[in-house]
Design a protein around this ligand. Structure first.
Ligand SMILES: *[C@@H]1O[C@H](CO)[C@@H](O)[C@H](O)[C@H]1NC(C)=O
Ligand SMILES: *[C@@H]1O[C@H](CO)[C@@H](O)[C@H](O)[C@H]1NC(C)=O
Ligand SMILES: *[C@H]1O[C@H](CO)[C@@H](O)[C@H](O)[C@H]1NC(C)=O
Length: 342
């Protein structure tokens, strides 16, 4: 029984550590979270429709905030405080894009998205902003269509950007007619989410299927944007698309904590002409290594004509292989995140 007090001690420490962690997820939330709308009535109403301007960062973030709020009930059984909600992934990516200046006008012809200009503006010229539009609007509108948002499909309208308006869709019906296959995949995700027998692993499968389908059906429309960027950043954008294709079959859990840890490795600013990983002096070793690894992945994929992706997908069909792959990946992330930043 001599061990009893020390055991109590360990339990108390662990318990308070867990509580501290649980009550302070707010530190992981994306920029300007508290000032973003959290319910439909925070938006303007015109002709009985909620009007949302997804070309303003906080209004776009508000769409994710409502989505997370309305889906929280389906994730309660996995963990408290909505931490395991797998829609955090897209939400945090929007925050990363904003924080790293990637939503700003890359042509610099306007001051849209610059701290010195219109900081909250999201530029239609930004490749990141355009693809993220669909990774926001389609899951958001499909959730409305699935009846889990508490509003009906004709009650919500998204505003168009100043140019290239034909490239986008703005409400449930127009997005369904333009992107039927992808919208059906998002609907399938919400349908499975609502089924009482849904399991976490399969939820991730539905989510990643809808995610990759969204990129597949939209990326071609924005290839003209690459020319607005310095070469290393344009290359990173192409690399990013390939990365997502390899990430999806692993069913990476896009929860709050996991995505936050993953993001520590992403480039903290747009890449400049002389940036060559792993030798970028103002990047952490994790960021340098990660970019170097993604560039290598891109090279392998191109060199093998995507045969490597086919093999990868086959390997990842096994749940055991997926779990082991993710464990190795987490270990890398943990090791790198434990190296103090310079
Ligand atoms: C959802 O939003 C409402 C109103 O803003 C809030 O009262 C509630 O606590 C939120 N629920 C979750 C799970 O975040
Ligand atoms: C980038 O590299 C070129 C050629 O190596 C060099 O002339 C230039 O000064 C570098 N620019 C910066 C900002 O380091
Ligand atoms: C969590 O941390 C933030 C700063 O990171 C602080 O402002 C906030 O008060 C903390 N919340 C709790 C509940 O401890």
């Amino acid at each position: 029984m001599a061990h009893f007090p020390s055991l109590v001690c360990v339990l108390v420490i662990c318990f308070s550590a867990c509580l501290a962690g649980a009550s302070n997820f707010s530190a992981l939330y994306p920029p300007r979270w508290t000032e973003s709308p959290g319910k439909f009535s925070d938006y303007r109403v015109e002709n009985n429709k909620y009007i949302i301007d997804p070309w303003i960062y906080t209004e776009r973030m508000g769409m994710y905030k409502i989505l997370l709020n309305q889906t929280a009930r389906y994730f309660e059984r996995f963990a408290p405080d909505n931490e395991q909600n797998i829609l955090w992934g897209l939400t945090l990516q929007n925050g990363w894009q904003y924080r790293t200046g990637r939503l700003a006008d890359p042509t610099r012809r306007t001051n849209c998205g610059y701290a010195s200009g219109d900081d909250l503006c999201i530029s239609v010229n930004s490749w990141w902003a355009d693809l993220n539009y669909f990774l926001c609007a389609l899951p958001f509108l499909a959730a409305i269509d699935s009846g889990i948002m508490g509003v009906s499909p004709n009650e919500v309208l998204l505003l168009p950007p100043p140019t290239d308006q034909m490239k986008f869709c703005y409400d449930v019906s127009s997005c369904r007619s333009a992107f039927l296959v992808t919208m059906n995949k998002w609907n399938a995700f919400y349908k499975y989410l609502q089924s009482p027998s849904s399991n976490f692993d399969d939820l991730l499968k539905y989510l990643w299927d809808a995610h990759t389908s969204t990129l597949d059906s939209t990326e071609k429309s924005f290839e003209d944007r690459y020319s607005y960027y310095y070469k290393p950043e344009a290359d990173f954008e192409k690399t990013w698309l390939v990365t997502v294709e390899y990430l999806a079959p692993t069913r990476f859990p896009t929860t709050l904590i996991k995505v936050h840890e993953f993001q520590e490795g992403l480039p903290p600013r747009g890449l400049l002409p002389n940036d060559t990983a792993p030798f970028i002096s103002d990047f952490t070793s994790f960021q340098n290594f990660f970019l170097f690894a993604l560039n290598s992945l891109y090279a392998v994929d191109k060199y093998t004509g995507s045969l490597s992706l086919t093999v990868w997908k086959t390997l990842m069909k096994s749940e055991i292989t997926r779990k082991e792959t993710l464990q190795v990946f987490y270990k890398f992330v943990e090791i790198f995140n434990s190296i103090p930043a310079k």
